[in-house]
Design a protein around this ligand. Structure first.
Ligand SMILES: Nc1ncnc2c1ncn2[C@@H]1O[C@H](COP(=O)(O)OP(=O)(O)O)[C@@H](O)[C@H]1O
Ligand SMILES: [Mg+2]
Length: 433
């Protein structure tokens, strides 16, 4: 339906590309969640607002929606909806004062179909106006200037029901080359997260032919992920439960079949459907991706909430990490930059590229550096244990913990050593000073 509008008003060409790349300060990005398949039509008055709307329209969180952007503000919207049905959501910018704005919106209300929601972007910060608008059923009032994230947060609040919609966070892990320890980082960080957050987490092993998730957790799992991916439309809460293998109270794995008698040509849409079903049911999901560049790996990287790239300190890793990071930065303008983990550093006698060189070439901070420690890592993987389970005193254990906290954007709260009297004092509602 929005295509009709395109002939009537000026269509915009990507003014949002000038938006600053780091709009999304660390921690902001979780506010806006992916939005379901709705149609959105925006009628703007100024270029900066149109730019922010365009930038939001290009974002992964709105990738399922259909957005069209027009100039001319509310009057253009009113003229347009005299003839066309209204979409799920109308965004209008009004640069006038309180009275002008209310008059314009009353005119718009006349031609709005039931069920259409409205977001208003105004230029006056006015509480009375805000109340008047809410009374008239406006979904949200934003005051310009707005960032793409402000807008996406409002849309997401209107269309995501926390009780039923996908809300789980998705973290994708990929290696800059094969064998660099990406799965090891994924499994250890995920294990720490499930323990620290005491929240359910699923590791999905997308290395269908050779994945090690089952081995690393010493499980002989149901090989669930292939079944889910082959008929994603059948996946629901009940089937999901049957296809997951529980490793600990909060950690489950979606294990790879690891047999070679089939082909694994995955469809990006199937991957996305499976992830949406898991996100509806589980608050955290880690994607253990193989070192591959296919339509589906690319899609999963672009759609994830956070991306973790593991690299070892050589030139090929540097180049590959740079290519991946550049691509992600370009397509994920409103997201945190990827986390970069340098693994297997300080290997005896090996010439290495330093963390500083990586930072300079890639223009991202190295999230963490893990030394080459074949004894600890080898033992852990032979035992099917996590590093912290095997040896909490090893050098790598606190670093893996720190990586987990960085990804989830959390600071770990250290448990204070309690006095032996604490239980009694708590009963009396007293605390030690
Ligand atoms: N810091 C490290 N020191 C020594 N060995 C490591 C280290 N990190 C990972 N490994 C080992 O490297 C091997 C490859 O790791 P894996 O996680 O499967 O890599 P990828 O998923 O990138 O292919 C595993 O045997 C793992 O135990
Ligand atoms: Mg792997």
């Amino acid at each position: 339906m929005s295509n009709h509008a395109d002939d009537v008003h000026d269509e915009l060409t990507y003014p949002g590309q000038d938006m600053p790349a780091d709009d999304a300060g660390q921690g902001n990005v979780e506010r806006a969640r992916p939005v379901p398949r709705i149609s959105i039509q925006a009628f703007c008055e100024t270029q900066p607002v149109a730019g922010a709307v365009q930038s939001a329209a290009d974002d992964r969180r709105l990738s399922k929606t259909h957005v069209s952007i027009h100039m001319g503000g509310t009057p253009a919207a009113v003229a347009h909806y005299q003839e066309s049905p209204t979409p799920n959501l109308i965004i209008v910018e009004c640069s006038g004062n309180r009275d002008a704005l209310l008059a314009e919106l009353d005119a718009l209300a006349e031609c709005c179909d039931a069920g259409t929601k409205v977001i208003v972007i105004g230029h006056v910060n006015d509480v009375i106006l805000y109340r008047e608008l809410l009374k008239r059923g406006v979904g949200e009032y934003l005051v310009a200037p707005i960032t793409p994230l402000d807008l996406m947060e409002s849309v997401s609040n209107l269309y995501n029901d926390p009780a039923s919609d996908p809300v789980g966070n998705v973290y994708a892990f990929i290696g800059a080359k094969g064998g660099v320890g990406s799965s090891t980082v994924c499994h250890n960080a995920s294990w720490v997260l499930s323990e620290v957050l005491r929240s359910d987490l699923v590791i999905a092993d997308f290395d269908l032919a050779f994945g090690t998730t089952g081995l690393d957790f010493n499980q002989d799992p149901v090989q669930g992920i292939a079944e889910a991916l082959s008929s994603p439309e059948r996946l629901d809460e009940v089937l999901l439960d049957r296809l997951l293998t529980k490793c600990s109270e909060h950690l489950s794995i979606f294990a790879a079949p690891v047999v070679l008698d089939r082909d694994y040509d995955l469809q990006p849409e199937a991957c996305e459907t499976v992830i949406d079903v898991v996100r509806q049911n589980v608050p955290y999901m880690a994607l253990d991706l193989p070192h591959l560049w296919t339509a589906w790996t690319k899609r999963l990287l672009l759609q994830a909430d956070e991306v973790v790239i593991t690299a070892t300190p050589d030139l090929a890793n540097l180049r590959n990490a740079k290519n991946i990071i550049d691509l992600l930065k370009q397509h994920r303008k409103n997201d945190n930059v990827p986390h970069l983990v340098l693994n297997m550093t300080n290997m005896p006698k090996r010439p290495e590229i330093t963390a500083r060189d990586f930072e300079q070439a890639l223009e991202v901070k190295v999230t963490a550096e893990i030394e080459f420690d074949p004894e600890t890592f080898g033992q852990a993987s032979n035992n099917g244990q996590m590093i912290e389970e095997l040896n909490p005193k090893s050098k790598a254990a606190p670093i893996l913990r720190q990586i987990a906290m960085m990804i989830a954007n959390r600071q770990e709260v250290r448990q204070e050593k309690k006095s032996a009297l604490a239980p009694f004092l708590e009963k009396l509602n007293l605390k030690l000073g």
